[in-house]
Write a protein that binds this ligand. Structure first.
Ligand SMILES: [Mn+2]
Length: 283
C-alpha cells in the first residue's frame, strides 16, 4: 500500500467561507487522492452533499477543525466547554459522513488564545474534556488527532513529547497526534527524531515547507522525514498544508504577506508530484 496524498483546501481559499465543492476538481486535476476539509462552521455544512461531490470525483477526505474562544474545552466555564463539545461532536459526525478516518487540527484547545494565568488548570480541564471527546469519536469510528503547533499558535502542545504526555493522561486509545512539518521546524530539535518518538501514536501528518511554501521548496529534510515515517510504519494520509496566497482574510489570518507561488494550480501539481515521489512510500 502506498500512502494517499492530499491537500488542505484552504490552499485555494481567500475567505474562510469560500465554498469547498468547486475546489475538489482543482485538487483532483493537480493529482491528489484526497482533500482535507476545514470544518470551521460544521453546523452550516451539508455533509451528504459534500460526500456526493467527493464520490463523483473519486476523492477521499480528511477533516480538520480549530476550537475558538467560544468553543474552548479547556475553559473553566461549563457553558463554553459544552459549546466546544457540541462543535467537536458536529465535526466528528461530519467526518464520519465524509468517510474521513481522522479529525485533526486544534481539537483540544483554542487556536491563538493565550491565557496569562491558570494554564495548568486548563490543561487538567483539557484532559477531562478529551476523555469524553475520545469516547464520542470512537463511537463514530473516527480517530481524534491533536495537532502539535508552534508557540505562536498555541501553548498547550508545542512538541511531540508534550503531546504524548497529554494522550497518556487522557488514557484513551482513540487519541493520536497530528504532526505538521511547519510547526515541528520551529519547535523540535530533530524532526525525524520527533516522528520516531511519536511512533504508533502518529495519526495524521501535514507536509509543508518551513516557510509554508510547497513541500520541497524550503529546507525541511524530506529524506529524513520519509525515513522516519517508514521506520514507524506510518500508514495514514500525507496532506500538504501550504499557504502561499496573501489574498483575503485567509492570507491575512495566516500572516502571508507576499506571493509564495506564481500559479496556485501549477504549484499544487508540483506539490502532488513531490509528495508522491519524495515522501510517500510502499509498505
Ligand atoms: Mn497543520
Amino acid at each position: 500500500m502506498t500512502h494517499k496524498i492530499g491537500i488542505h483546501l484552504s490552499y485555494w481559499q481567500e475567505s474562510w467561507s469560500d465554498p469547498l465543492i468547486p475546489l475538489f476538481q482543482r485538487a483532483k486535476t493537480a493529482g491528489f487522492d484526497l482533500v482535507e476539509l476545514p470544518l470551521l462552521a460544521p453546523f452550516t455544512m451539508d455533509f451528504p452533499g459534500l460526500k456526493s461531490a467527493l464520490d463523483a470525483l473519486g476523492l477521499s477526505a480528511s477533516c480538520g477543525t480549530g476550537l475558538g474562544q467560544q468553543t474552548d474545552i479547556t475553559s473553566p466555564d461549563p457553558d463554553t466547554r459544552a459549546a466546544g463539545m457540541a462543535h467537536l461532536q458536529a465535526c466528528l459526525e461530519g467526518a464520519a459522513i465524509l468517510g474521513s478516518p481522522v479529525l485533526g487540527g486544534l481539537t483540544y484547545a483554542p487556536w491563538g488564545i493565550f491565557p496569562d494565568t491558570d494554564r495548568t488548570a486548563r490543561r487538567a480541564q483539557c484532559v477531562e474534556s478529551l476523555k469524553q471527546a475520545a469516547v464520542l469519536a470512537e463511537s463514530l469510528n473516527v480517530t481524534l488527532c491533536l495537532e502539535v503547533v508552534n508557540r505562536f499558535e498555541g501553548y498547550l502542545l508545542n512538541t511531540v513529547q508534550q503531546g504524548l504526555a497529554l494522550i497518556e493522561d487522557v488514557g484513551h486509545p482513540n487519541l493520536r497526534l497530528h504532526l505538521d512539518t511547519f510547526h515541528m521546524n520551529i519547535e523540535e530539535d530533530d524532526l525525524a527524531g520527533a516522528i520516531r518518538l511519536a511512533g504508533e501514536k502518529l495519526g495524521h501528518f501535514h507536509c509543508v515547507a518551513n516557510n509554508r511554501k510547497a513541500p520541497g521548496r524550503g529546507h525541511i529534510d524530506w529524506a529524513g522525514v520519509r525515513s522516519a515515517l517508514h521506520s514507524i510504519a506510518y500508514r495514514g494520509f500525507l496532506v500538504a498544508e501550504s499557504f502561499v496566497n496573501p489574498a483575503g482574510e485567509v492570507g491575512q489570518g495566516l500572516y502571508i504577506w507576499r506571493d509564495l507561488a506564481d500559479s496556485l494550480d501549477a504549484n499544487a501539481q508540483e506539490i502532488a508530484r513531490f509528495l508522491r515521489q519524495e515522501v510517500a512510500f510502499d509498505d
